[in-house]
Design a protein around this ligand. Structure first.
Ligand code: ATP
Length: 322
């Protein structure tokens, strides 16, 4: 497993830093430029082949030492804080505990402040992002000599998308998504992100996908070679039509109103539009910055989405800010 869990990208260094009492980490959301779903495995996960892409929609996570015996104390604020657990079920708390266990430390007493902009249960891996940020923050806070490879192993055990949130950029994910390899991609892409009301549970979307496959309503398989070639040139007009998400049909089946969001994006001239991961957030590719900002404004004016954001990608993975 060590071999597969991400490679080639240097994570933030673990310098010795005396007197550090709080570490502030910024971490990106992801969109899947391609998400192909394989059969369900004995452990009930699906094998996937995906192209992850980190975008400039971010959460901020600050971890500081708590008082002895206090356990994990969480505060969740920001525009997307509703419904996020503030106890040990929070993925950031799980990550902190997993790192402490790996390092042979006692159950940690930490204060975790999360400022969320990444939509919750929106298909953008916000919880996984917070877990990755907690790993980076706690490694620095506790001055641990834990290698990047070991951190990725811990990340993979916490959740399928946590490794990519550490690495960032544009990368291919296999296995459950935890085996991450960087992809050669030129230039920046400009995105319009349409946030929807409510959440879509990832397990529910996968179950719907299984149902659609069994009933013969969707076909499986496909080849990412054309998309990988387009990413190497960085031409958005080539990339847009190649965006693909197997889970889109399942998300649309559970949330038919997303049809209208995708249609509006196409009518307004997006070069490509997809449901992000398990949804319900949708991502639209534009030819450049000005086109994306104009598309975002027009889409906001239609009222088809709860909120509309402009974002660029790829961005770096979880990084220490202070
Ligand atoms: P993915 O695309 O990785 O399946 P998602 O983006 O659809 O995930 P998340 O925002 O990661 O969904 O949240 C999924 C669930 O995880 C939430 O409903 C919430 O109960 C739980 N959760 C635990 N920790 C967090 C966290 N730090 N931020 C958001 N949700 C969290």
């Amino acid at each position: 497993m060590t071999q597969g869990v991400g490679s080639g990208t240097q994570l933030p260094a673990t310098d010795y830093c005396p007197g550090v009492t709080a570490v502030h980490v910024r971490v990106p959301a992801k969109v899947n430029l391609s998400l192909r779903v394989g059969p369900v495995r004995p452990d009930n996960f699906h094998d996937v082949t995906t192209i992850f892409h980190a975008i400039s929609l971010t959460d901020d996570v600050t971890v500081s030492e708590g008082t002895q015996g206090s356990g994990r104390t969480l505060s969740i604020t920001g525009s997307s804080s509703s419904g996020v657990p503030a106890d040990d079920s929070n993925l950031a708390a799980q990550a902190a505990r997993a790192l402490a266990t790996h390092a042979g430390l006692p159950d940690p007493d930490v204060v975790i402040d999360i400022v969320k902009s990444i939509p919750v249960a929106g298909g953008m891996a916000g919880g996984s992002a917070n877990a990755a940020a907690a790993l980076i923050a706690c490694r620095r806070l506790w001055r641990l000599d834990v290698s990047d490879a070991a951190l990725r192993e811990i990340a993979a055990a916490v959740g399928s998308d946590v490794v990519f949130a550490l690495v960032g950029g544009t990368a291919r994910g296999t296995g459950r998504g935890e085996m991450v390899t960087p992809v050669l991609a030129a230039g920046d892409l400009h995105w319009v992100i349409a946030l929807s009301e409510g959440e879509l549970s990832t397990p529910r979307v996968y179950a719907e996908w299984d149902r659609l496959v069994e009933s013969g309503h969707v076909s499986v398989g496909g080849d990412d070679a054309p998309l990988l070639a387009a990413l190497r040139t960085g031409e958005p007009r080539d990339i847009g039509p190649l965006l693909v998400n197997d889970l889109q049909s399942a998300a649309l089946s559970l949330r038919p109103s997303l049809h209208a969001v995708l249609e509006v994006g196409a009518e307004l001239g997006a070069l490509g539009g997809i449901v992000s991961g398990s949804g319900p957030t949708c991502a639209f590719l534009a030819s450049g910055r000005d086109a994306a900002i104009a598309l975002a404004a027009e889409m906001a004016g239609t009222g088809v989405a709860r909120a509309v954001r402009y974002a660029t990608g790829p961005t770096v993975g979880a990084r220490i800010i202070a």
